[in-house]
Design a protein around this ligand. Structure first.
Ligand code: SAH
Ligand code: SF4
Length: 360
């Protein structure tokens, strides 16, 4: 099967296609004019177009299913060339703004939640993706295509800003080379032009990879899936904690370069009777001491035969209040997209209001 042209950075493309300004034009066609085929690229000479179509596919994804939630979030199931499937979610949020005449106008902001792997090796006890095991890494182009397709299919203008969160299926730092290449392709001004500060990597805490990512100094945002404050419980929930315990994750975060105006997000999945008590909240405050952090509490989203329960609202509120009272910024992720049925438990939790709020 031919690789997708979306795997290529503009520099790589300009080494293949001469003269090199053609790479810029091709990038415009793909990412800004949403061309459907190489043939559509009107100002590109015929011989270049046939060279491209002989060697590359333009679109590596096929839409299998779309599910729309009552709040407007849309979940897409995509099929890859080898038959594997994975998901991405579009999360729109309407914001009120004043125009120059002082009139209220509505502006929609978008976040797109992307997958980085088919399945996942990490095996967290609460996660549906873990249940299917690991199939393979997504290529850079298969990651980039999720955003390109969602923009194109929803007629989102090329110059509309979107945020990207690597919170779909898979562990992005277990596929760090392809994910960082996708970040670079997203950033390109002749392409989608989505800056690093609009991209958030969520990780289960691969400390050595967090440090590696930090050394690359890409300017992206970091979210840590913490979920527990002592190693004993975290090991049970997330086997990765045996290799990288809480202390090593916290140390890696402390070394991570973060824009002075931004914070590292700590995701804390709350499960009834397990980690929803104030003793845990107290430990969390201690753990985060000295870090510019914000905590996002997530209601555990039960699925068939899931071993955990959704927490009570009262306990969630008390947990949040404790953190806020002790100087830690904390929000609760609202689960508005719950009516989207999904193969991948976590994706339906990534609903519009919360992510846009978190990333605004
Ligand atoms: N592998 C990365 C990114 C994908 S998972 C990571 O773990 O961070 C993204 C988020 O979905 C994680 O914070 C994860 O804890 C959460 N999640 C997984 N299963 C869930 C469930 N059943 N209910 C709610 N959130 C869940
Ligand atoms: Fe993998 Fe994240 Fe699911 Fe854990 S929560 S199994 S790291 S996708």
């Amino acid at each position: 099967m031919k690789p997708t042209i979306l795997d290529l950075t503009k520099e790589e493309l300009s080494e293949i296609i001469k003269p090199s300004f053609r790479a810029k034009q091709i990038y415009h066609w793909i990412y800004q004019k949403y061309a459907d085929s190489f043939d559509d690229m009107k100002n590109i000479p015929k011989d270049i177009k046939s060279k491209l179509s002989e060697n590359y596919r333009l679109n590596p994804l096929e839409v299998v299913r779309v599910e729309e939630s009552s709040d407007g979030s849309k979940k897409y199931l995509f099929k890859l060339h080898d038959g594997y499937t994975m998901e991405a979610v579009l999360l729109p949020m309407k914001k009120e703004k004043f125009n120059e005449e002082g009139k209220t106008i509505h502006e929609t902001k978008y976040s797109i939640c992307v997958s980085s792997q088919v399945g996942c090796k990490i095996g967290c006890a609460f996660c549906l993706t873990a249940k299917e095991g690991f199939k393979r890494n997504l290529t850079p182009g298969e990651i980039v295509a999720q955003v390109l397709m969602l923009k194109k299919l929803n007629n989102i203008a090329q110059n509309r800003r979107v945020n990207i969160v690597y919170m779909g299926m898979g562990e992005p730092l277990d596929n760090i080379n392809n994910v960082t290449k996708a970040i670079e392709i997203f950033k390109d001004d002749e392409g989608l032009a989505i800056g690093a500060r609009r991209q958030t990597i969520s990780t289960s805490g691969l400390s050595s990879q967090i440090e590696k990512l930090g050394r690359m100094d890409l300017g992206i945002l970091l979210a840590i899936s913490l979920h527990a404050v002592d190693d004993e419980l975290r090991e049970k929930l997330m086997p990765i904690n045996k290799a990288y315990n809480i202390e090593s994750v916290i140390n890696a975060v402390k070394n991570f370069p973060i824009d002075a105006r931004k914070r590292v997000m700590f995701e804390y999945l709350v499960m009834q009777g397990l980690n929803d008590d104030l003793k845990s909240a107290k430990k969390l405050v201690k753990l985060l001491h000295g870090i510019k952090a914000k905590v996002n509490l997530i209601y555990f989203n039960p699925y068939q035969n899931s071993p955990f329960q959704r927490p009570n609202e009262k306990d969630m509120q008390a947990f949040k209040a404790y953190l806020n009272d002790h100087g830690v910024i904390c929000t609760i992720r609202q689960s508005k997209g719950l009516d989207i049925s999904a193969a991948c438990g976590q994706l339906k939790e990534k609903t519009k209001g919360e992510l846009n709020n978190e990333l605004a």
